[in-house]
Design a protein around this ligand. Structure first.
Ligand code: DAH
Length: 319
């Protein structure tokens, strides 16, 4: 608005100046006229632009039917229907409850973290290309919306390592929301949920880990499941493993259909060391996987984007 006013003032001045042409000797008038006209055209163009910008702002749609919330009665289309729990939250609770029944503590993740917890504490070497796979967004302050729940491993280990001295294992799960710099499609979202698991004791093995994971998936899908692993790579585990289940028959799975459910492995000695746990004395395993994926499969949904869509028709199906 201020800009528009300034331009109008300028135009007025130019017009006044132009009027003074009559005071000039005749031979100078043409040249003066050309100059002042060029100036005027310039300001007029700027003015048109500024006015258009104002109109564009005003043209943004306004919901004229919006209820003012004061005097009149509430219109019918402002529903008093109660909302319901998001299906992801319902399932996340189920996941956490299963782990709790298996003896795990629960720690919540966070939505902003730092470089140390995101990379260094997880044994990502500086400049290592493995960092690229977890590259997400950064705030102006350099904080990072976590790309996985593993960012909580260091904190969980530090918080619960006192148990080891009491002869008990560290057993923690960490549900949380995670963010990726992702090309979104039916199976990839930029925002989704994961659950991390961490277990440390004096003599745990990879075999124990597979037992825990199989138990979890069988309880979650309420049926016996075949499992399989294949080698993977994560800087924070050694060895690293990708864990798969055979696609349940009720979900249309045939013999030989395998679904990759999560990444896991034996916690790298450097990760234990950084949290003040002696890797010569203790061993650990950890895993992390998407919740959205679990839920998609459980309900036979075809597109991960429904979860963040805010689509009421979808949400009402889970009331
Ligand atoms: N954080 C990994 C991811 O999101 C998954 C993962 C792999 C978690 C191995 C772990 C682990 O705890 O040990 O891709």
């Amino acid at each position: 608005m201020e800009k528009l006013e300034k331009l109008k003032q300028e135009l007025k001045k130019i017009n006044a100046e132009a009027a003074s042409v009559k005071d000039l000797p005749v031979e100078k008038r043409a040249e003066f006229g050309r100059k002042i006209n060029a100036k005027k055209q310039e300001v007029l163009a700027k003015l048109a632009e500024a006015e258009k910008a104002l109109i564009d702002v005003a043209a943004e749609p306004i919901d004229v039917t919006a209820w003012s919330g004061t005097n009149e009665a509430m219109p019918e289309f402002y529903s008093t229907e109660l909302g319901s729990k998001h299906p992801l939250m319902t399932e996340l609770n189920r996941v956490v409850e299963i782990y709790q029944m298996m003896g795990f503590e629960v720690m919540e993740s966070r939505q902003l973290d730092d470089e140390f917890h995101m990379f260094d504490s997880l044994n990502f070497a500086k400049e290592h290309p493995a960092r690229d796979g977890y590259d997400t967004f950064r705030t102006e302050e350099g904080l990072i919306p976590p790309a996985h729940t593993s960012t909580m491993q260091h904190r969980a280990l530090k918080k619960y390592k006192y148990k080891l001295e009491q002869g008990e294992p560290v057993a923690v799960v960490v549900p949380g929301r995670v963010y990726r710099n992702e090309d979104v499609d039916a199976t990839h979202e930029h925002t989704f949920y994961q659950c991390e698991g961490i277990f440390v004791s004096e003599n745990c093995t990879l075999g124990n880990m597979l037992g825990v994971l199989r138990e979890f998936f069988e309880r979650y899908y309420e049926q016996k499941l075949e499992i399989r692993t294949q080698p993977g790579y994560f800087p924070f585990t050694e060895p690293s493993v990708e864990f798969m289940i055979e696609k349940p028959k009720v979900l249309g799975g045939k013999k030989g259909d395998w679904l990759e459910m999560l990444g896991c492995g034996m916690i790298h000695p450097n990760v234990l060391k950084m949290a003040g746990i002696d890797p010569n004395k203790y061993h650990g395993f950890a895993w992390g996987g998407g919740i959205d994926r679990l839920v998609l499969l459980r309900y036979g949904l075809g597109d991960i984007r429904v979860f963040e869509s805010g689509n009421l028709n979808f949400l009402r199906e889970f009331n």
